[in-house]
Write a protein that binds this ligand. Structure first.
Ligand SMILES: [Zn+2]
Length: 243
C-alpha cells in the first residue's frame, strides 16, 4: 500500500544567542576526528574543502549554506554545532513523518534551534507506515529529499554516525545520495555527514566537549520518556560523561 504524501511546513526563528564563536577554537583544535565534507567529491566539493575547518572564523561566503536535519537528538544537534563552528550559515529542518516520538522531538528540535538562533522549519509528511521503533526503511531518503525540497540551493546535513547497521546510514548510501544531488546541482550542493566516521561514544564525547546543550535533546524513539530499550536509549546509556 502506498500512502499519500503531503508536504507542508512553516518557519520560525529561535531566540538569539551568541554561543558559537566561543566554540570555534575547540572545533579547529579537534578537527582531526571528523570532517565536515567527508563525502565530498567533484569540483564544487573541492571548493568547500578549501573553505573548511582551516578557515574557521572566516565569514561564510557563497554557497556555504546548510540545512541541518535537526531531529532533536544529540547527533543532529552536534552536526549543527560543528557546522556553525566551521562558519556555515545553518538552518534547521524538523520532519514529522508520523514517528511515535514526534511531539517530544519537535519540542527538542525547536529548543536546540533557539539555542543557536537558527531559522527553524517544520515539514509534515503524512501517510507513512512507521514501526514503533527500530529501522524505518527509506526514512533517511525521505529526510534528505525533504530537506532538499525545502531548501534546494542549500547543502543538507544529517547526523548519521558509524557502526549503525541500517543501510541508509552507510557510506555507500551517503555517497549515492551525493550523486543524486550532483546530478541536479553539478556538485555545488553537498550531503554532509560529519559524524559518519565516529562511533556513538565518540559522538557523545564530542558533544560534551563542544557544549552541546544535552538537556534540550530528546533521544528515545518510542515516546516522550526514555524507554531504556530502543537503540537511541541504549546509545544514551553509554553516555557516561553525561550520567
Ligand atoms: Zn527509548
Amino acid at each position: 500500500m502506498r500512502g499519500s504524501v503531503a508536504l507542508s511546513g512553516r518557519r520560525e526563528t529561535g531566540s538569539p544567542t551568541n554561543s558559537t564563536s566561543a566554540r570555534s577554537s575547540a572545533w579547529c583544535g579537534k578537527g582531526r576526528l571528523y570532517s565536515i565534507d567527508f563525502l565530498a567529491h567533484g569540483a564544487a566539493v573541492t571548493h568547500m574543502r578549501a573553505n573548511s575547518c582551516h578557515h574557521a572564523g572566516v565569514s561564510p561566503a557563497g554557497r556555504r549554506r546548510c540545512c541541518v536535519l535537526l531531529s532533536g537528538g544529540v547527533d543532529s544537534a552536534l552536526v549543527a554545532s560543528l557546522l556553525l563552528n566551521d562558519g556555515w550559515l545553518v538552518r534547521a529542518l524538523w520532519v514529522d513523518y508520523g514517528q511515535p516520538a514526534a511531539p517530544a522531538e519537535r519540542i527538542a528540535s525547536q529548543a536546540l534551534a533557539g539555542h543557536d538562533a537558527l531559522e527553524w522549519q517544520e515539514a509534515v509528511v503524512g501517510g507513512l507506515m512507521v514501526p514503533p521503533e527500530g529501522e524505518i526503511p527509506g526514512r533517511n531518503d525521505l529526510l534528505v529529499a525533504t530537506a532538499h525540497a525545502c531548501a534546494p540551493d542549500w547543502s543538507v546535513a544529517i547526523g548519521v554516525h558509524a557502526e549503525v547497521a541500517y543501510p541508509d546510514c552507510s557510506r555507500a548510501w551517503l555517497s549515492a545520495w551525493q550523486s543524486v544531488l550532483d546530478v541536479q546541482h553539478e556538485g555545488v550542493v553537498a550531503l554532509l555527514a560529519p559524524l559518519a566516521g565516529l562511533r556513538k561514544p565518540e559522538v557523545l564525547a564530542l558533544a560534551h566537549e563542544l557544549q552541546v546543550p544535552m538537556t534540550l535533546t530528546h533521544s528515545c524513539e518510542t515516546g516522550p520518556s526514555p524507554c531504556g530499550q530502543c537503540l537511541s536509549c541504549r546509545d544514551r546509556h553509554d553516555d557516561h560523561a553525561g550520567a
